[in-house]
Design a protein around this ligand. Structure first.
Ligand SMILES: Nc1ncnc2c1ncn2[C@@H]1O[C@H](COP(=O)(O)OP(=O)(O)OP(=O)(O)O)[C@@H](O)[C@H]1O
Ligand SMILES: [Mg+2]
Length: 263
């Protein structure tokens, strides 16, 4: 366990910072600017993980990276998400933060599509020195299948499990996890998951890592293994990231069934 007392992990969905309908990388620079302004006042240890959006999903789909090893496709997809990461990092720094990109391809190894190992010591050193590490969904080397697409939704719980995490938020493009009437489901635990999962699907856009259902399953597994609660909320709504960072309960909480909600 790496010691990072009071760590906050925030995922910013690719559906918020890119145009996910596009078949190539299209950035929503105004959204990244707005988000940077909401984060800059945060005083504490923070890791940001951003999604790949149109900088990763269409490329991974085009080269069928989930089906077979493709070296050219892996390189193209990795370089594309790295480009998005550089944009995010530059905007954060222009807004007064001290952020550095940490590309999973360079510090992670997968086995059959799941994270096997990840070097976390440099991330901890950054946190100790007031630097915000910015990770992202990426293509990484995989000991079984060559390369695999590792979603930000898988990276977030991995980090939360291996570092002492206080607050965990997944910012996406809907108010939370929605039911059949488009109302936000306030809490998901393993008790009501079987009932609510019929309302949860993939993504309306190209998403090679399972969309909303993939996200909920990852967070539910985390809550089961660690009792860590996560919030899925709308990061596209101005003010929400700031509210989350202040510890406000917004969106859908994914939690262990025996955990008392601390919000
Ligand atoms: N029950 C549901 N509630 C909310 N969203 C849902 C639900 N079922 C399916 N979705 C879809 O899931 C999408 C969110 O998942 P998606 O993976 O596209 O976003 P993201 O994680 O922000 O993007 P990225 O993977 O690029 O980071 C929503 O925009 C919606 O289309
Ligand atoms: Mg996704």
């Amino acid at each position: 366990m790496v010691s990072s007392e009071g760590l906050t992990i925030l995922k910013i969905g690719g559906s918020v910072i890119t145009d996910k309908k596009a078949d190539h990388g299209v950035v929503k620079i105004n959204e990244i600017q707005r988000i940077a302004k909401e984060i800059v006042g945060f005083d504490g240890k923070l890791i940001i993980v951003h999604g790949a959006g149109s900088f990763g999903h269409p490329q991974a789909k085009r080269y069928a990276l989930n089906e077979e090893f493709n070296v050219i496709g892996s390189v193209i997809t990795h370089l594309s998400v790295k480009e998005l990461c550089n944009i995010v990092v530059n905007v954060l720094n222009e807004n007064g933060m001290c952020a550095l990109g940490v590309h999973p391809m360079c510090c992670m190894l997968a086995d059959n599509g799941r994270i096997k190992t990840m070097f976390l010591d440099q991330i901890n050193c950054m946190l100790e020195r007031g630097i915000v590490p910015v990770l992202h969904g990426d293509v990484v080397m995989d000991i079984s299948v060559g390369t695999s697409v590792i979603s930000g939704d898988q990276i977030v719980p991995y980090l939360a499990k291996h570092m002492k995490t206080n607050l965990l938020g997944i910012g996406s493009a809907t108010e939370g996890v929605l039911d059949d009437k488009n109302s936000t489901i306030p809490v998901i635990t393993s008790k009501n998951f079987d009932f609510v999962k019929k309302h949860i699907g993939g993504s309306e856009n190209t998403d090679v890592t399972g969309g909303m259902l993939g996200k909920v399953k990852e967070m539910l597994d985390l809550s089961h293994n660690t009792s860590i609660t996560s919030l899925i909320f709308d990061a596209g709504k101005p003010g929400n990231i700031e509210r989350f960072l202040k510890g406000e309960r917004i969106g859908t909480a994914i939690m262990h069934e025996q955990e008392n909600c601390r919000f």
